[in-house]
Design a protein around this ligand. Sequence first.
Ligand SMILES: [Zn+2]
Length: 259
Amino acid sequence: MKKCIWCLQLNNDTTEEHIIPETLGCPPKFVFKDGTVCQSCNNKLGHVDQAVINDFDFASFEADIKRKGNRPASIRSRGNVCAGYGAEGKFIFFNMGPGQVKDPSNNIVAPFNGSNRHINATFMREGHLGKVSFDVKFAISKKFRRGIYKIGLNTLAYFLGRNKVLHDDFNPIREFVVRGKGDRTIFIRACENKNYSNQVWPPYVNERNYFSIVLRIAFIEFLMDLSPDCSITPVVYEKSKEVYGDQGWTCIPKKFHHN
Ligand SMILES: [Zn+2]
């Protein structure tokens, strides 16, 4: 029996845990099958994975990343917007009208109601072309950050082995990801190369034996601070300002605490 890195319970599970959610295109072999993440946590933490999947829906649809079970790319969790494949090929369907309508693959699309996942699109005519403009909120929710930190600690276990990650130093990460306790900062940078690509790099370790992880999903690079006291966060903040200036990167939340 071995311990799960999230609940610390002994298990003999062989559930496949994708370190980057499968729907976002997890690199082959970037999985655990040895109970590093037990079956129960694999199920129970699905909602934080989903928060990450949701915010990347347009990126993964554009890149044609297959959904679970090899189903074609689609967007189905936006209320007034649906995307998928219809008789005439790939479509993104916006409903800004007053009532519900059907998209080209016959799914019902709700009218815009201003809620979080809905998209307020504007339509313009430019000569013979119609132009649709819209903004998508990204990485704002705490659940999204929990999902990114889940990928981060899983990645650390992948590179260093689960025993390292069972250490008490990582309890604050577990509390944050599993129970949403406290908050932790993620650093976000837009990659110069806009191709959809998922990548992870081996962890950085500092002189106090604390770790940080950098990984790329789609065309966004994330850095997360896996130290118990968030002491790496202000260091990364200063370094980012020095290296990148004010452009092309941000951290969420904007105000971070040095515990
Ligand atoms: Zn578990």
